[in-house]
Design a binder for this molecule. Structure first.
Ligand code: PNW
Length: 484
């Protein structure tokens, strides 16, 4: 018998505000650190910005029609903080027009029977908060302002939203924004790249602030909103699987170190109550310490594990990149063969066995229900192909087919409590520092006309989930939105 997914399995597609919305100054939106950063010379590929992106602020209704055509059960999007509170802070004015836009989006999704899965922070910090007190570098201030912003979202949207994510990928926020300096706000010790910053200390300080801000918002939700709104709230972490390059003890240890720094840095405090011992060893005093009160706040502060994952790295000891645990990554096996199909971005190859292994690793270590909130593939050179060829995205289909079969086995054979799956991304979009050349969408966007064209991978996913999700049983009238 073919394996199935439970009737309430939540599948959908994902996006993020700055990557799709455009309209940076419309309806009172304030600037975010990504507006500033992308407009600086040399920060993004071809100097491109999210000023227009996929124009989804204006094309909302059309995008919802397409989501309906895909028959998704859920849509993951993020709220732009600076649309809601343009200056960001707890004493700054609220922007009703911005609230209205998201409120309408939520209503229209619900009318279409699509469950909103909402991220509060996908990297677009109001610029004013960075200027005022250093943004994420200032734990007390930023936590208070983030709580204020989240409260507003719960008050205004929480009657209709059952799934909340506080943060998208704190590792990226900290390391790429304050260590490597390749993402906003672009701080780094590398003076060729940045005039300000200290890569030895700031990423770890920022990570700590993000954990405190996250946990403070979860506390707020649980104490003041959950009993009426009945939702769940959690955090989404990026993290690719790390497997030992060969069977040696050194390579096994390297894999664990890679997982500790990429995932354990945030997941261990949230689900186990402390930073991974290896990180203390690696960083000493540069890693902040949790006070007892902070430990209490952070431990247990997520109702589920939000899992963003793209690939698998084979690991060996060596290298002095502490942002990946002083471990070397490779896609080339000891016998010289490549792990899988190469994507447009250097860091991504297809490897479904690694995806299944990561699901098992996270389930066994953290024992919490998992939602895959991002997973996707950018086809090599899709940006230069003629449209008809780009729509036949066989490498992306291979990727999704492998991972879909892997998740089915993880649930049915391995017993992993996986509750949802969100391919990244609904649309081709602004791929941060990589601009528009890297296309992750299951929908092709012609940026000259803003026309959307479903790629074959979109229909592959639509059909695969249609075939594999059990029909709702007649006896239980429970809607999928009451999960957990
Ligand atoms: C994620 N890396 O970011 C983000 O959540 C999305 O906004 C983004 O579009 C997507 O993955 C595809 O990249 C990442 O360098 C950015 O390993 C960079 C890396 C990983 C994830």
């Amino acid at each position: 018998m073919t394996q199935k997914l439970p009737a309430d399995f939540l599948w959908g597609m994902a996006t993020a505000s700055y990557q799709i919305e455009g309209s940076p100054a419309v309806d009172g939106r304030g600037p975010s650190i990504w507006d500033t950063f992308s407009h600086l010379p040399g920060k993004t590929l071809d100097g491109l910005t999210g000023d227009v992106a996929t124009d989804s602020y204006r094309l909302r209704k059309q995008d919802i029609e397409l989501l309906k055509a895909y028959n998704v059960k859920s849509y993951r999007f993020s709220i732009s903080w600076s649309r809601i509170i343009p200056l960001g802070g707890r004493n700054d004015p609220v922007n009703e027009k911005g609230i209205e836009w998201y409120s309408d989006l939520i209503d229209e999704l619900l009318e279409a029977d699509i469950v909103p899965f909402v991220t509060l922070y996908h990297w677009d910090l109001p610029q004013a908060l960075h200027d005022r007190y250093g943004g994420w570098l200032n734990k007390a201030e930023i936590a208070a302002d983030f709580v204020n912003y989240a409260r507003l979202c719960f008050e205004r949207f929480g009657d209709r939203v059952r799934y909340w994510l506080t943060f998208n990928e704190p590792w990226c926020i900290s390391i790429l924004g304050y260590g490597r300096g390749v993402f906003a706000p672009g701080r780094s010790s590398d003076r060729a790249r940045s005039a300000e910053g200290d890569s030895r200390t700031e990423p770890w300080i920022v990570g700590h602030s993000v954990l405190i801000a996250h946990a403070s918002v979860v506390k707020l939700y649980r104490e003041e909103f959950k009993s009426q709104q009945h939702g769940v709230i959690g955090i989404t972490l990026n993290g690719d699987m790390a497997l030992p390059w060969d069977d040696s003890e050194e390579c096994r240890q390297a894999a664990q170190h890679a997982l500790d720094v990429a995932i354990g840095w945030f997941a261990d405090p949230v689900y186990l109550g402390h930073y991974p011992p290896f990180m203390r060893e690696l960083l000493g005093d540069r890693l902040p310490t949790f006070t007892d009160e902070e430990t209490k706040l952070v431990h247990g502060s997520s109702d589920f594990y939000g899992m963003n994952t793209y690939t698998t790295n084979l690991t060996k000891p060596g290298g002095d990149d502490e942002f990946q645990g002083n471990v070397e990554y490779t896609f080339i096996r000891p016998d010289g063969t490549e792990l899988g199909t190469q994507a447009h971005c250097r860091w991504l190859q297809t490897y479904p066995e690694g995806f299944r292994a990561l699901l098992n690793y996270l389930w066994n270590r953290y024992k919490t229900p998992i939602y895959v909130t991002e997973n996707g593939f950018a086809v090599k050179d899709e940006n230069t192909m003629p449209l008809e060829q780009a729509l036949k995205d066989t490498d992306r289909i291979e990727y999704f087919q492998g991972n879909c079969e892997a998740l089915l086995k993880a649930i049915n054979e391995d017993g992993v409590d996986l509750r949802g799956y969100f391919p990244w991304s609904f649309l081709d979009n602004f791929e941060w520092a990589d601009g528009y050349q890297t296309r992750f969408g299951v929908t092709y966007v012609d940026y000259a006309t803003q026309k959307r064209y479903p790629k074959d991978s979109a229909w592959f996913l639509v059909n695969w989930f249609k075939e594999h999700i059990e029909p709702p049983s007649k006896s239980s009238g429970e809607p999928a939105t009451s999960a957990l």
